[in-house]
Ligand binder design. Structure first.
Ligand code: SF4
Length: 251
């Protein structure tokens, strides 16, 4: 059985080499996938709004019925509010979320001809859409690197790696954008998120199994096996949950 570790208070050494972080995570997760099921930019936008304070699994259980009942921004915007609330109820904060997804859909229908805008300025003007949601849509749906998605997982991993000491998402995003080349902002950011979700857990990070163990200033305990073995195991773990294309064979 793996030894349990306690979360580090603060990095005990200099920041991890960000290029090496990216290299190892790319080996572990060559094709990071968005775990929110979606068909296009609009369904991704709605799913991302619903995912706040919820899990991707819960959102994925809700959205098929939502988009079956109201398949376009126009349909959803015109739906009775109580019916939308009932469908999204289990994602939590259902009143605010129903209002947000209908408001965003109405704005998309009326101001953008039914198409999700492809720029940050327009996206964050949509009701219920903040920078994190906009970064998800731009990166996943359009492959536009305007920033890095920073959620609670990315924030925690960035702090533990010493890549940011900031406590608010916007500042962490700023620090990560400075640390990583723009071509890493989409997939590299996504890999940090998946590492935080499945390995660098808030209460008991699996440092012994982490691909970044030797280079992480917050590591607790010695790493097990080789880097290659930990990359492969991490890739398999994440892929089993639907979040990555798995480690390259032999890498
Ligand atoms: S070694 Fe990995 S799991 Fe442990 S704190 Fe660092 S990044 Fe997180």
């Amino acid at each position: 059985m793996r030894k349990k570790t306690t979360p580090p208070e603060a990095p005990a050494g200099p920041p991890a080499d960000s290029a090496e972080v990216m290299r190892r995570l790319a080996t572990a997760m060559p094709s990071p996938q968005c775990e929110l099921e979606h068909k296009d930019a609009w369904t991704l936008l709605v799913a991302t709004i619903l995912s706040a304070q919820s899990t991707d699994r819960t959102v994925n259980a809700v959205t098929p019925l939502l988009f079956e009942k109201w398949p376009t921004p126009e349909h959803l915007a015109a739906a009775p509010r109580e019916e939308v609330e009932a469908v999204v109820h289990r994602t939590g904060f259902f009143r605010n979320k129903a209002k947000a997804i209908q408001g965003a859909s109405l704005a998309i229908a009326e101001r953008h001809g039914g198409e999700v805008p492809r720029d940050m300025v327009s996206l964050v003007q949509l009701p219920g859409v903040a920078r994190k949601t906009a970064n998800v849509v731009l990166g996943v749906a359009f492959r536009v690197a305007e920033g890095i998605v920073v959620d609670t997982h990315v924030m925690r991993v960035a702090q533990r790696l010493g890549l940011s000491a900031a406590k608010v998402a916007e500042k962490v995003e700023h620090d990560l954008c400075a640390a990583l080349p723009r071509e890493q902002w989409i997939d590299g950011g996504h890999r940090l998120l998946l590492l935080g979700r499945y390995v660098c857990l808030a209460r008991s990070p699996a440092c012994q199994d982490c691909p970044l163990s030797e280079i992480c200033p917050s590591r607790q305990g010695a790493a097990l096996g080789t880097v290659e073995q930990r990359c492969a195991a991490t890739g398999a773990l994440v892929a089993s949950r639907g979040g990555a294309g798995g480690a390259r064979p032999g890498s």
